[in-house]
Design a binder for this molecule. Structure first.
Ligand code: TRP
Length: 343
C-alpha cells in the first residue's frame, strides 16, 4: 500500500516538474558582485527558484568581448559563483555553468548567425550604449554578434523566461526573432522566450550615477566589511544644496535616501522630515544607512565566508552544473540537427 502511494507521488512530482516553465538567467563574470546585482537580479533569481526550473549561465564567452584574459575570467567566475551561492541560489535545484565548457553554445551561435542580418544587429541599441560607455574605438565582430550568442544561450536550454534588466530587453527581442525564423524554416523547435523585468529599479551608484556599476567605480561590494561600507558611504554624493547640518535638504534628489528606502524602509518618513528640517545631518544619515546595509548583508557575508574558504566545493558544484547543462544542450542540439536534416 505504502509502496503504491510513494510511486504515485513520484509520478505526480515528475508531471509537476515537466510543467514547470524554464528560466535561463545569466551574467558576465566581471568579478565580485555588488549591491546593485543583489537587489536588481540575484534576489529575483532566488525568489523564482521554486516556481520555475532554473539554469544559471556564466557568460564567460560574452566577457571575452571586453577582457581577453581567460585566467582572470576563470577566477571571476568562481568569485561570482560564491556570491550566487551566498545569495541563496540552491545548487541542488539550479545548475550553474560556464558557457565556454559547453561546445553547443558555439555551434548554435554559428547556425543562428545565418538567420539574422547585420543591419538588424547594427540597430541594436545596447551595442551603441556599450560603444559609448566603454569608449570602444574599434568594434569587434564579437560585439556585433553578442546578441546572437545570447540567443543561443537562451534557446539551447529552451528558456521560456529570462530575468533581465531593461537594458537587455533588445537582446531578448532578437532572441525571439531568431527563434521564430528558425521555427519557420525548419519546424518548431524553440519557444519564444519572454523577458521578465526585475521589480526594483536600478540601485544608484555612490557617485549619484543612476546605475551602480563596476566600470563607474561607484559600487558597494557584497563582500565588503561593515567598516568598508561606512567609509564608502562617507564619500557618497548627497544633495549639493545641503552643505552642513542645519541646511534643508531634498531627499528626492539624494541617493542616500534611495538607499534608506530600500534598506531602511520603516524609518523613511523620519529621515525625510529630518533631512528637510535640517535636524538630520548628512553624516548621521549616511551612518544610519551604512549600518542597515551591513545588517542586510550579514547573513550573506557569513555564507560568503564559508564558500570563500571552501572553493573546492564551489568548483565541484560548477562541475556538476556543467554536466547537467551539457545533457540538455546536447539534447537540443540533436533536435536542431534533425530539424535541419543535418543528421
Ligand atoms: N548579456 C547579459 C548581460 O550583460 C549576460 C548574458 C549572457 C545573459 N547570456 C545571457 C543574460 C543569457 C541572460 C540570458 O547582462
Amino acid at each position: 500500500m505504502e509502496a503504491i502511494s510513494l510511486y504515485e507521488l513520484t509520478l505526480k512530482d515528475s508531471v509537476v516538474l515537466q510543467n514547470k516553465k524554464r528560466i535561463l538567467s545569466g551574467m558576465r563574470p566581471t568579478g565580485k558582485l555588488h549591491l546593485g546585482h543583489l537587489v536588481g537580479a540575484l534576489e529575483n533569481w532566488v525568489s523564482l527558484q521554486n516556481e520555475y526550473e532554473n539554469y544559471h549561465l556564466i557568460a564567460d564567452y560574452h566577457a571575452l568581448t571586453t577582457n581577453l584574459d581567460t585566467e582572470e575570467l576563470y577566477q571571476n567566475s568562481i568569485d561570482m559563483m560564491i556570491d550566487w551561492l551566498a545569495a541563496g541560489i540552491d545548487p541542488g535545484k539550479s545548475p550553474m555553468f560556464r558557457q565556454s565548457q559547453i561546445k553547443e553554445h558555439a555551434e548554435l551561435f554559428m547556425i543562428f548567425s545565418m538567420l539574422i542580418t547585420t543591419a538588424r544587429l547594427e540597430r541594436n541599441p545596447t551595442l551603441k550604449d556599450q560603444v559609448r560607455d566603454l569608449n570602444i574605438e574599434n568594434v569587434i565582430y564579437g560585439h556585433l554578434g553578442y546578441p546572437v550568442l545570447q540567443s543561443a544561450d537562451i534557446l539551447l536550454y529552451k528558456g521560456n523566461i529570462v530575468p533581465v534588466g531593461e537594458d537587455q530587453v533588445p537582446h531578448i527581442e532578437i532572441t525571439r526573432e531568431i527563434a521564430r525564423r528558425f521555427n519557420q524554416q525548419y519546424g518548431d523547435v524553440f519557444p519564444e522566450p519572454e523577458a521578465k523585468l526585475t521589480k526594483f529599479a536600478r540601485l544608484p551608484g555612490l557617485d549619484g550615477n543612476i546605475k551602480m556599476s563596476k566600470s563607474a567605480g561607484n559600487t558597494i561590494l557584497l563582500s565588503e566589511s561593515p567598516d568598508e561600507i561606512k567609509s564608502k558611504l562617507k564619500k557618497a554624493v548627497t544633495d549639493p544644496q545641503k552643505i552642513r547640518k542645519g541646511d534643508s535638504g531634498r531627499p528626492e534628489v539624494c541617493l542616500v535616501f534611495t538607499y534608506h528606502q530600500k534598506f531602511n524602509p520603516t524609518e523613511t518618513a523620519e529621515i525625510d522630515a529630518g533631512c528637510r528640517s535640517g535636524a538630520l545631518g548628512c553624516v548621521d544619515c549616511k551612518m544610519k544607512v551604512a549600518s542597515k546595509i551591513s545588517n542586510y548583508l550579514n547573513p550573506f557575508r557569513e555564507k560568503r565566508m564559508y564558500y570563500e574558504s571552501h572553493q573546492s566545493e564551489v568548483k565541484e558544484i560548477l562541475k556538476s552544473g556543467e554536466e547537467q547543462a551539457k545533457q540538455l544542450a546536447a539534447q537540443t542540439m540533436a533536435e536542431v540537427r534533425t530539424a535541419m536534416k543535418l543528421g
